[in-house]
Design a protein around this ligand. Structure first.
Ligand SMILES: [Zn+2]
Ligand SMILES: [Zn+2]
Length: 235
């Protein structure tokens, strides 16, 4: 009886299986449960043993991960709405802005520091970490993660220079990615991280790291910035 039930359940699971990790895990888990039920109902019978994969890799990698993430790739419209630099059709690069972001990014007082929000006078006193919301009794308060300081409190870190990122929307120097035809089986997912530092021009890249879906570093390099370094942004 239990064996018939097991066979029916497993074949139903396999019918629905689209060869993904969850389906495989479901099948393995159900086989294990049904084996336990069978051995409780028939303790006198020793069940024929067959190998069950002990450990299923829960993290898809390679082209399997690519296929999983493919539906999340941003459309051209979404890329533009989120201000990614895009080719403008004339060989140049363009940032697409709404009325609001135009004001926010281009009507700013260029002499205001992006770290301490003050004008470029005296030293730069700032909080190096972000604000986090904490529950205090029945209410919620925001505190800086670096020193637990409240909003508008005096910065816990002092730097010799104020900094800006006025080059954030500089459209020069962009290149299109080279198209390289390949089969679906060879498509991969990579994660790119860039360390940015403050220079006299704004923010410039200082290090580039690329990892594959197995978290192996496949490329890593330091980059010499074009302008004088003001802060390595380590704090
Ligand atoms: Zn400052
Ligand atoms: Zn702080």
């Amino acid at each position: 009886m239990a064996s018939r039930m097991a066979a029916t359940e497993v074949s139903a699971l396999l019918m629905n299986c689209k060869f993904n990790i969850e389906s495989l895990e479901n099948v393995i888990n159900r086989i294990q449960i049904l084996r336990n039920i069978t051995s409780r109902m028939h303790p006198e019978k020793s069940l024929p043993s067959f190998p069950i994969m002990q450990k299923v890799n829960r993290q898809p990698t390679g082209h399997v991960l690519y296929l999983r993430l493919e539906s999340y790739v941003l459309t051209e419209k979404e890329l533009q709405e989120n201000h990614f630099p895009r080719p403008d059709g004339t060989g140049n690069t363009k940032f697409y802005h709404s009325e609001r972001t135009n004001k926010e990014y281009f009507a700013n007082d260029a002499r205001r520091c992006v770290r301490c929000s003050n004008t470029f006078e005296n030293s730069c006193s700032f909080h190096w970490a972000k604000l986090a919301t904490k529950q205090c009794g029945n209410s919620f308060e925001k505190h800086y993660k670096c020193c637990n300081g409240k909003v508008n409190s005096i910065g816990c870190t002092v730097a010799p220079y104020h900094v800006h990122h006025n080059n954030k929307f500089d459209t020069s120097g962009y290149k299109n990615t080279v198209f390289y035809p390949m089969s679906h089986m060879h498509l991969q997912v990579f994660s790119l991280d860039c360390e940015l530092i403050y220079t006299t021009a704004g923010m410039e890249v200082a290090q580039v790291t690329l990892i594959n879906s197995e978290c192996d570093v496949v490329y890593e390099t330091f980059v010499q910035p074009d302008n004088q370094i003001l802060d390595y942004n380590t704090r």
